[in-house]
Design a protein around this ligand. Structure first.
Ligand code: ATP
Ligand code: MG
Length: 395
C-alpha cells in the first residue's frame, strides 16, 4: 500500500516540478477515506498526454485519445489522465469529443457520483467540491449534478450506482434512486461488456442480495440481457449469502441455479463471458442438485473445482458456508487416482485384450475402468483391472 502511494507521490512531484497540476482522483481517494484496500491509483493532471510521456522514463500510451497514459514507477502502473470534460454523448457509449481543460473542478464535475468526485493533492489536502466526504459518512450514493441528466448522458451510471450500493453497502440518495428507476430502460443501449463488468462487481458486493431484489422489483432487469426473461425471482436468490462465494464462476453458478435458468451457456454467452468461464460454470451447475458428491464426481471436478462446488452447494442450500469443505478436499485427496495417467492400464493393454480394431471403444473402456477404480470397484493394479475387464467382457 505504501509503495502504491510512494509511486503516486513521485509522479505528482515530477508533474508539479514541471509546472503542472496533479492530483490523485476518483476511486482511490474514496477507498482511502473509507479505509478500504486500494486497487490502483489514478492521477489527473493539467499536463497534456504528450507532455506526460516526455516526463517519465516508462510510459504506455493506452488511451491517448482520451488523454490517458500509463506511467510505470517501481513496477506499478498508474493511469495518468489529462483534465478533461466530455463533449456530448453521440451514441450514449462514447463521448463524441474529449476537450482538455485546465481545471480540476471541471474534471471532477464530469465524474459520476460525489463519492467518486474527490481529489487529493501531493500534500494530502482533500478537494471535495460536491460533498463526497459527507456522503461517505452518510453512506449515500448521489450523482454529481442532476441525476436524470447524468443518467441520460451515460446510462451505465445506473448500473454503477447499483454496483457501488452492493459493494460499499451504501444506499441511493432519493433523487438518484428515483432516476435509476425511471431511466432503467436506457440500460438497453449500453454495450454488454460494460454492463457485465459492473454486474460482476455487483455480485461480489456485500449487499448483492438487496441490490438484486431492487433490480427485480423495480424492473431494472428487464433492460439486461437474458435476465429480462425473469420478471420475478425467488426469495432464495435474495436470501443467498453472496459474500461467502469466492469466485465469479461460483457467483454465476449460484445465480443461474437459483433462477432456474435452463440454458446457462446461452445466458453467459449473451453476457459475453469467456468460454473457459462458461465451461467452469456449467460444470459447477451440473453438481449443485445432487444429493451428495460421489467419488467419481470429485474426480471429474478436480480438487479446486470440487471445493468450489461444495461452497456453492452450501450457499444455495442455505447451509453453513464452509460445511464439508475440508472433507471434500480430504475425500478428493484419498481417491485411488486423481487423473487418467495414474491408471495402472493404458490403451495398449486394453487392445491386447481384444482382437478388434482400434476405435472409440478404447476410450469408452478406459473411462469405465477409471470410474470403477475411482469408485473402489476394482484396485488400481494392472492384474486386478485386466481380470475385472475380462469378467464383464465374458472372457
Ligand atoms: P473501482 O475501485 O471498482 O475501480 P472506481 O471508482 O475506481 O472503482 P472505475 O470504473 O475504475 O471506478 O472509474 C474510475 C473513476 O472514473 C471513478 O471513480 C469515476 O470518478 C470515474 N468514472 C468511471 N466511469 C464513469 C462514468 N461512466 N461516468 C462518469 N464518471 C465515471
Ligand atoms: Mg478504478
Amino acid at each position: 500500500m505504501s509503495d502504491l502511494f510512494a509511486g503516486a507521490q513521485i509522479i505528482m512531484d515530477r508533474l508539479l516540478q514541471a509546472g503542472y497540476q496533479a492530483y490523485m482522483v476518483g476511486g482511490c481517494v474514496r477507498d482511502y477515506l473509507l479505509n478500504r484496500d486500494i486497487g490502483d491509483i489514478d492521477i489527473a493532471t493539467s499536463a497534456l498526454p504528450e507532455v506526460v510521456c516526455s516526463l517519465f522514463a516508462k510510459t504506455i500510451p493506452v488511451g491517448m485519445e482520451h488523454g490517458t497514459v500509463i506511467v510505470r514507477v517501481q513496477h506499478i502502473s498508474y493511469e495518468v489522465t489529462t483534465f478533461r470534460k466530455e463533449g456530448t454523448y453521440v451514441d450514449r457509449r462514447h463521448p463524441s469529443s474529449v476537450e482538455y481543460i485546465d481545471s480540476l473542478f471541471e474534471d471532477l464535475s464530469r465524474r459520476d457520483f460525489t463519492i467518486n468526485a474527490m481529489a487529493m493533492d501531493a500534500a494530502g489536502n482533500l478537494h471535495d467540491p460536491f460533498g463526497g466526504s459527507q456522503h461517505l459518512k452518510d453512506k449515500k450514493i448521489k450523482t454529481v449534478g442532476d441525476a436524470e441528466k447524468r443518467f441520460m448522458e451515460d446510462p451505465l451510471r445506473i448500473m454503477r450506482a447499483l454496483r457501488f450500493w452492493a459493494v460499499l453497502g451504501f444506499t441511493l440518495e432519493e433523487e438518484t434512486e428515483k432516476a435509476c428507476k425511471r431511466l432503467a430502460d436506457e440500460l438497453k443501449e449500453i454495450a454488454v461488456e460494460r454492463l457485465a463488468a459492473e454486474f460482476i462487481k455487483l455480485l461480489r458486493g456485500i449487499e448483492a442480495s438487496s441490490c438484486l431484489r431492487f433490480m427485480f422489483e423495480t424492473g431494472v432487469v428487464s433492460s439486461l440481457p437474458e435476465l429480462n426473461r425473469f420478471r420475478s425471482s425467488s426469495e432464495r436468490l435474495y436470501a443467498l449469502d453472496w459474500a461467502c462465494l469466492e469466485s465469479d464462476e461460483e457467483r454465476w453458478a449460484a445465480l443461474l441455479f437459483l433462477l432456474g435458468e435452463e440454458d446457462p451457456a446461452v445466458f453467459l454467452k449473451a453476457w459475453k463471458q469467456s468460454n473457459a468461464l462458461i465451461r467452469s460454470v456449467l460444470q459447477l451447475i451440473r453438481y449443485l442438485d445432487k444429493e451428495e458428491l460421489r467419488p467419481h464426481d470429485l474426480y471429474e471436478l478436480g480438487e479446486l473445482q470440487a471445493v468450489s462446488c461444495q461452497r456453492v452447494r452450501n450457499a444455495v442450500k442455505g447451509r453453513i458456508v464452509d460445511e464439508d469443505l475440508d472433507s471434500v478436499q480430504k475425500r478428493f485427496q484419498k481417491l485411488p487416482i486423481h487423473q487418467r495417467k495414474e491408471l495402472a492400464v493404458n490403451g495398449k493393454d486394453i487392445v491386447s485384450l481384444d482382437e478388434s480394431e482400434k476405435g472409440p471403444w478404447i476410450q469408452e473402456m478406459l473411462q469405465r475402468i477409471e470410474h470403477g477404480v475411482v469408485e473402489g470397484k476394482v484396485l488400481n493394479e494392472k492384474r486386478a483391472i485386466m481380470e475385472w475387464v475380462r469378467s464383464w467382457k465374458g472372457k
